[in-house]
Write a protein of this length. Structure first.
Length: 302
């Protein structure tokens, strides 16, 4: 791993670890890592600076992206619910929501916001109650093949077994996203960690105290990396704890206002290689093209 004595263009010590969100941050409009961004990530990997994907995505949505971090290292998935060993293609640690908590959350949400439907991300895949099933005529993501469908009490009971729930999902067909997020937080925020990263009324819940930041903090402690030695990138409210924790933080140019409020810097747009441009500038990567968007490290600094 790179040493703390290295300095970038501004003469400041370089970060020793890069933590980046994926959708709306590192990935382009096509949901893939561009050639330019991949080259920057692999250059840092070659210099001994690990790039850790820190995402709300479940592991099953990650397979096509592992080559972009050299096919090795660790990733934080499901908003901190899982640490994944990329080389071993195996869950290293899970931070599950207990079955009893799932049941209480379901009871409260159905009372507070009637019409809520629920699904679970488990260490073995997607599971949901029958009412969650894709809407008639709606697309089904092929990565979600063969989900487990069962009454919610049965799903909650299974969470205390070998396939625990690492993220609970709540969806509503008529609420607006931020209104629904607030309603869910008010109803169950004392039981679970509630966040939101979707364009629809889909709220994500992790075990109490589990966020992208809290899981990355454990990982960094194992690696001997301090928060001040981490640079992080994100775009949505589920990235707020991550950007608040990291020593250097960037909100994307098109990030949610709540994230912009806590970020130290702004990067360019996710579909214009904003992360790659910011990293090339931060690490002084000679020969890398200039940013296409507003990726300066001073404008918007807080």
């Amino acid at each position: 791993m790179g040493g703390t004595g290295d300095t970038g263009r501004a003469g400041a010590p370089l970060p020793r670890l890069v933590a980046t969100d994926l959708d709306g941050t590192l990935l382009g409009a096509d949901g893939r890592v561009s050639d330019r961004t991949r080259a920057v990530l692999l250059e840092l990997d070659g210099r001994g600076v690990p790039v850790v994907f820190v995402t709300g995505r479940p592991v099953r949505w990650m397979e096509e992206l592992w080559a972009d971090v050299g096919g090795h290292g660790l990733a934080v998935c499901s908003n901190g619910g899982i640490v994944y060993d990329v080389a071993a293609r195996a869950v290293r640690t899970a931070r599950p929501v207990p079955g009893a908590v799932l049941l209480e959350v379901a009871e409260r949400l159905r009372a507070a916001v009637p019409g809520t439907v629920l699904a679970l991300e488990t260490t073995e895949g997607l599971a949901y109650e029958p009412a969650w099933a894709p809407r008639p005529g709606g697309p089904r993501d092929p990565r979600d093949a063969a989900p487990l469908v069962a009454p919610f009490p049965e799903l909650a009971e299974r969470s205390d077994g070998p396939a625990p729930c690492v993220k609970l999902l709540a969806r509503h067909s008529t609420r607006t996203p931020e209104v629904y997020w607030g309603e869910v937080e008010e109803a169950v925020g004392d039981l679970v960690t509630v966040t939101w990263s979707s364009t629809g009324a889909l709220v994500e819940m992790s075990a109490a105290g589990v966020t992208k930041a809290s899981t990355l903090a454990v990982l960094c402690e194992e690696l001997g990396v301090a928060p001040a030695e981490v640079v992080a990138f994100g775009d949505m409210p589920n990235d707020i704890p991550l950007l608040s924790w990291a020593g250097t933080s960037y909100a994307m140019a098109d990030a949610h206002p709540a994230l912009v409020a806590v970020a130290g810097h702004r990067a360019g747009r996710h579909d214009e290689d904003g992360v790659a441009a910011a990293l090339a500038d931060l690490f002084g990567l000679a020969g890398w093209p200039a940013a296409e968007g507003p990726t300066d490290t001073e404008e918007g600094a807080r």
